[in-house]
Design a protein around this ligand. Structure first.
Ligand SMILES: [Zn+2]
Length: 488
């Protein structure tokens, strides 16, 4: 059966108007009843965010998601498009997708008056019913809601409130759809008032002229929690019209985080790439360590994009080495995680103490902390005394980041008992040399991260140093404090 193409045919087919919030609600109810996956690809929110979001949609609320950066807020918002009908009838050619039975724009009303049941109908897909905007302080009423041209109105003999004179902004383009506004607190107060008026009254003042605009929109906002709750950032009546305030969060377990990172990162690059599980854990552990580090600004957060980018760079570094050495599969090692510093340093907002300490050192410490933790999980119960004794007795092993796997293996073979312990990391004797090399290097890096062995620039892994305490340059600290006082 083909879709009706005229207003008359649409009416005969029994079409009934339905608000977008009813549409979202009813489609959600149907998916719930059918046991369908509601938000495919969203990991770690099954017990927290998703139930709250489902409740909000069932209640036909406007929604705000409060969370730090990199918590999949935008992704969650965009996935609401899946709850829209696959095809929606509109008055053909209408800029704001008018409902054939309830047109709000003057042009459509005039057309129906002239053509009656022959007025043409178009059909639109869910994607065009989703409008997204990042709020910025310089956004204007004209951008978001629209503008009127008083001179044109006067010449044409239209009333100013006639929509014929209206130039539509983003929000009217979301009529009968979803309007997503990110970082709501960055929106100027008077525009927030405009949004509120449309939500509440269906009309708005533009340049002092009242404009009737009874839009049908599901509004969904996002914001950083601290900005949102700061006094005076959101006009109270607007806040009051947002029915549900839902908090997002970072992954609660390393496994969830690693699953998200695996899903979102680009690591399948044509050739065979094998990322050992312990390496995934270390990469994810960096984000977890960063999220509890006092040197990092926790109000700004540590985005999930950090471990995603780290894993991608680590795979790239391994790719480079494998190509040079003619090896396959590509297996990233801890040295490759250190090579991924550019994916870390730019993504951390540091506290003052972190600034003093230096972002690169902060990043290296994070890798070490993640490494030490993963090491404890996998190898904490093993007796590595013979390995440590080898170094204490003056032995050394230098593993260069670009050394081929075979070279790494031949070097670590000299360390008694090392290769025998790799089973704890899931690596078996017959596995690819790249895996064995990565696992052996992980053990040595782990021992170093736990300060059980040392490392020197030219000799690589060596005997533990007697004092490994990090010295802070007190003079520099004092100088920076003075500068900060002056700035304040
Ligand atoms: Zn229209």
């Amino acid at each position: 059966m083909s879709e009706p193409r005229t207003l008359g045919a649409l009416k005969r087919a029994g079409y009934r108007s339905r608000s977008v919030k009813d549409e979202l609600r009813e489609n959600l109810l149907r998916k719930l009843a059918a046991g369908e996956a509601l938000f495919p690809g969203i990991v770690g929110y099954e017990q927290s965010v998703i139930p709250a979001l489902v409740n909000a949609i069932l209640a036909r609320h406007n929604i705000i998601l409060l969370g730090l950066r990199g918590q999949a807020k935008s992704r969650l918002v965009r996935s609401l498009v899946n709850l829209l009908d696959p095809a929606l009838p509109v008055l053909a050619g209408c800029e704001i997708h008018d409902d054939p039975l309830r047109p709000i724009c003057r042009g459509c009303r005039d057309r129906i008056a002239a053509c009656g049941d022959d007025t043409p109908i178009g059909w639109i897909e869910p994607d065009v019913r989703y409008v997204e905007k990042l709020a910025t302080p310089d956004a204007t009423i004209a951008d978001i809601i629209g503008d009127v041209d008083p001179i044109r109105a006067a010449r044409g003999g239209h009333e100013l409130s006639s929509e014929l004179t209206m130039h539509y902004g983003l929000l009217p383009h979301a009529h009968r759809g979803i309007f997503a506004l990110n970082e709501l607190p960055d929106l100027a107060g008077r525009i927030q008032v405009g949004l509120f008026n449309i939500l509440e009254e269906g009309d708005v003042q533009i340049k002092g002229y009242p404009i009737r605009l009874p839009l049908d929109v599901a509004m969904i906002f996002t914001a950083n929690p601290e900005d949102y709750t700061a006094r005076g950032k959101i006009v109270t009546p607007l806040k009051d019209r947002i029915g549900s305030e839902i908090r997002t969060h970072y992954p609660q377990t390393l496994e969830q985080g690693a699953a998200i990172t695996q899903q979102e990162s680009w690591t399948e690059r044509g050739g065979a790439v094998v990322v050992p599980r312990f390496l995934r854990e270390v990469v994810e552990g960096i984000a977890f360590a960063a999220r509890r580090d006092k040197k990092i600004d926790q109000r700004s957060g540590v985005s999930q994009r950090l471990p995603i980018a780290v894993l991608e760079l680590a795979v790239s570094a391994a790719e480079q080495r494998a190509l040079r050495a003619g090896e396959s599969p590509v297996v990233p090692r801890i040295a490759d995680v250190y090579a991924a510093l550019p994916a870390i340093t730019g993504k951390l907002e540091l506290e003052y103490e972190g600034e003093v300490y230096g972002v690169e050192r902060v990043a290296r410490d994070l890798i070490r902390a993640a490494l030490a933790e993963s090491f404890t999980i996998h190898l904490g119960g093993l007796d590595l005394t013979p390995v440590i004794a080898h170094f204490s007795a003056g032995g050394s092993v230098k593993l260069s980041g670009d050394a081929p796997a075979a070279q790494v293996i031949s070097q670590v073979r000299a360390v008694p008992g090392l290769l025998a312990q790799l089973g704890a990391l899931g690596v078996r004797p017959g596995d690819a040399p790249g895996l064995t090399a990565a696992a052996a290097e992980f053990v040595l890096e782990g021992l170093y991260a736990q300060k059980k062995i040392g490392r020197s620039e030219d000799q690589g892994f060596v005997a533990p140093e007697t004092s490994l305490d990090v010295e802070i340059d007190m003079e520099r600290l004092e100088r920076l404090r003075r500068i900060k006082r002056q700035v304040n």
